[in-house]
Design a protein around this ligand. Structure first.
Ligand SMILES: Nc1ncnc2c1ncn2[C@@H]1O[C@H](COP(=O)(O)OP(=O)(O)OP(=O)(O)O)[C@@H](O)[C@H]1O
Ligand SMILES: [Mg+2]
Length: 228
């Protein structure tokens, strides 16, 4: 469902061109759970932003669901992203002045879902992540793990086939992190494609495939035995 071929990304800083991704080839099939590890600065987030249509590569090709996407205009890409991709970040990125419920509704506002349906669906999603009893709390009235649950509910708002998470447990204690990981695994078991960036080897082992990035390249891929 995700296919990158020869993807590069460089940034121009002053009169220097800094290569950040140096030719990434990557295929991820529907329903896979892939994790990405690698040192700080190796290009993990940059890669995830490209996969998530938040950023365009400098060169290379990208097919999502068999459709080349890089030639599409930005508004079309934004729509594809809204419909197909859910994002979860290390620091949750919730909107501080909005309740948990309103945060989860927001992607549905952009997708044009009518108000009553939006509300029902947001409530359903909060239930699914175990946060229905905090629906009317503001983010700063929630613990880190609870905020991340809300962020996951928001990522699921438009029922995306792909869930991308950039260090989703990075700001959480071990036990809370484990709960969030379990939630991601459940979502994968129900058919979603999941990609997770992590510095935690324990989290990385949740993936059937672990991609190791160094200096803008995927230098190694571990495929874990399913029959543990
Ligand atoms: N807008 C930008 N302009 C210039 N350089 C950038 C820009 N964004 C990222 N970079 C550079 O790209 C490289 C990769 O950054 P990226 O955020 O992808 O790393 P990462 O692997 O996610 O690291 P971390 O584990 O610290 O999150 C870094 O060297 C960074 O300085
Ligand atoms: Mg990063």
């Amino acid at each position: 469902m995700i296919r990158l071929v020869g993807v590069t990304k460089s940034y121009r800083v002053g009169d220097q061109v800094i290569p950040v991704l140096k030719g990434i080839d990557l295929e991820v099939g529907r329903g896979e759970f892939v994790t990405i590890m690698g040192p700080s600065g190796s290009g993990k987030s940059t890669l995830m932003h490209i996969v998530g249509l938040l950023d365009r590569p400098t060169s290379g090709d990208y097919e999502l669901n068999g459709q080349p996407v890089l030639h599409l205009p930005s508004n079309h890409l934004a729509r594809l992203r809204n419909q197909n991709i859910g994002f979860v970040f290390q620091n949750f990125h919730l909107i501080p002045r909005m309740s948990a419920l309103r945060n989860v509704e927001l992607p549905m506002v952009y997708a044009g879902v009518p108000r009553a349906r939006r509300r029902d669906r947001a409530m359903e999603l909060l239930e699914k992540v175990g946060m229905a009893n905090r629906a009317h709390h503001l983010p700063n009235e929630l613990s880190g793990g609870q905020r991340q649950r809300v962020a996951i509910a928001r990522a699921l708002a438009n029922d995306p086939a792909v869930l991308l998470a950039d260090e989703p447990t990075g700001a959480l204690d071990q036990q809370t992190g484990a709960e969030i990981l379990r939630l991601l695994q459940d979502l994968n078991a129900s058919g979603r494609t999941v990609m997770v960036i992590t510095h935690d080897p324990h989290v990385a082992r949740a993936g059937r495939r672990i991609l190791h990035m160094v200096d803008g390249e995927i230098v190694r891929e571990e495929v874990r035995d399913e029959s543990r």
